[in-house]
Ligand binder design. Structure first.
Ligand code: ATP
Ligand code: LTN
Length: 338
């Protein structure tokens, strides 16, 4: 960070583009819960990001409640942290436009997520998908957030947010107006891989049902998915070095470690030399123990959309107070008549 003197704030967001999975939990939400006791926290359901690819309107609404309910079920306390949906705080879109005029085409051209998501025919991708990281920078900086808990895949987008903040401060001679937000990525679970392919990340939009453990899966489904997870025929090594070149084994050991609070070395000290016939049932038991209660609470909360809506509305109101003030300051800096 530079000489930024403002309050330390946390913002993060998750897209309502599908069911919440173990990767989202370990890479993001679990950190949200810890951070709420240390910082002023804003947790957003980024519905405007979700529509950068087609979303069925009825499902989008349902999934927005699903993400909000997941935050709550995992332990985010709406009395402490603001939980809200992005489209309800118009300042995000206003700042995104101004940032569209700060960010450079060359910066966006380098974004690997656009390349992955646009696929072969990028002429058919939405313009929104291209400027997606600019809206993400606005999400963060409209609260002048200093810290952003995310999974490993968001590293590049966070660098872009820092670049936009730095260029804005520089171009408008507004020293330290925006902080350069720091990603909080480290820690076990920053990159959980698909259960079907150890080289691609566990993702909501993965075609294969069995690749992902969803928070809402019942105990039998979780167990079945883990038992079916792709592995190799070798037993587990007794040290982490032995996981090199064995991405599927590494992923399962990593999940065990992230959920049990043990390092890879500790997990392997216990299971080294054992085959997956022993390790998978132990992992399944741990996943069920840690995740099933969250799933049960999630189901309970989803049955009460009126409560979820009240949480989102209250969160949006709280968020708007800060965001509107920052946008007003930005408008003045840019030279708009306010
Ligand atoms: P999609 O793959 O459909 O774009 P997603 O599953 O990656 O969606 P996002 O809404 O893009 O979900 O991500 C929400 C948060 O979860 C982000 O902080 C992201 O870094 C984190 N995350 C997503 N997938 C993983 C994963 N496999 N391992 C660790 N963290 C993850
Ligand atoms: N691009 C993020 C979601 C996201 C986000 C944010 C994360 C949108 N805005 C602001 C952190 C801060 C993703 O996980 N795909």
């Amino acid at each position: 960070m530079t000489g930024y003197q403002g309050p330390q704030r946390v913002l993060s967001g998750i897209q309502p583009s599908g069911g919440m999975h173990l990767g989202n939990y370990l890479g993001a939400i679990r950190k949200f819960v810890e951070l709420q006791h240390k910082y002023d926290c804003f947790y957003c359901v980024v519905d405007m990001h979700a529509i950068t690819v087609w979303q069925d309107p009825a499902k989008l609404r349902e999934q927005t409640f699903h993400i909000a309910a997941s935050y709550l079920a995992a332990g985010v306390d709406p009395k402490i942290a603001a939980i809200f949906h992005q489209s309800a705080v118009r300042a995000h879109a206003e700042l995104a436009w101004i940032f569209n005029c700060v960010a450079r085409l060359g910066w966006l051209d380098r974004m690997t997520q656009f390349k992955d998501k646009a696929g072969k025919d990028k002429q058919r991708a939405s313009v929104g998908l291209y400027t997606y990281p600019v809206l993400q920078a606005a999400d963060i900086l409209v609260y002048k957030a200093t810290h952003v808990p995310v999974g490993e895949d968001q590293k590049q987008h966070l660098e872009l947010s820092r670049d936009i903040a730095g260029k804005f401060n520089h171009d408008f001679k507004a020293d330290d107006f925006f902080p350069l937000p720091e990603p909080l990525i480290k820690g076990p679970g920053a990159r959980i891989m698909s259960l079907r392919d150890g080289s691609s990340k566990m993702s909501k939009s993965d075609g294969s049902e069995n690749a992902c453990i969803f928070l809402k899966d019942d105990a039998d489904t979780m167990t079945r998915k883990i038992k079916k997870a792709k592995t190799d025929p070798e037993p587990l090594p007794s040290e982490p070095k032995g996981l090199e070149g064995r991405p599927e084994a590494e992923n399962l050991v990593g999940i065990y470690g992230a959920l049990s609070g043990k390092s890879d070395a500790e997990v392997l000290a216990e299971y080294g030399g054992q085959g997956f016939g022993v390790f998978k049932p132990a992992l399944a038991e741990l996943v069920v123990e840690k995740i099933a209660p969250i799933g049960a609470e999630l189901n309970r909360l989803e049955a009460d959309p009126a409560y979820l809506k009240s949480v989102l509305d209250a969160g949006a109101e709280r968020a708007s107070v800060i965001a509107d003030k920052v946008v007003r300051e930005v408008k003045e800096i840019v030279g708009f008549v306010v």
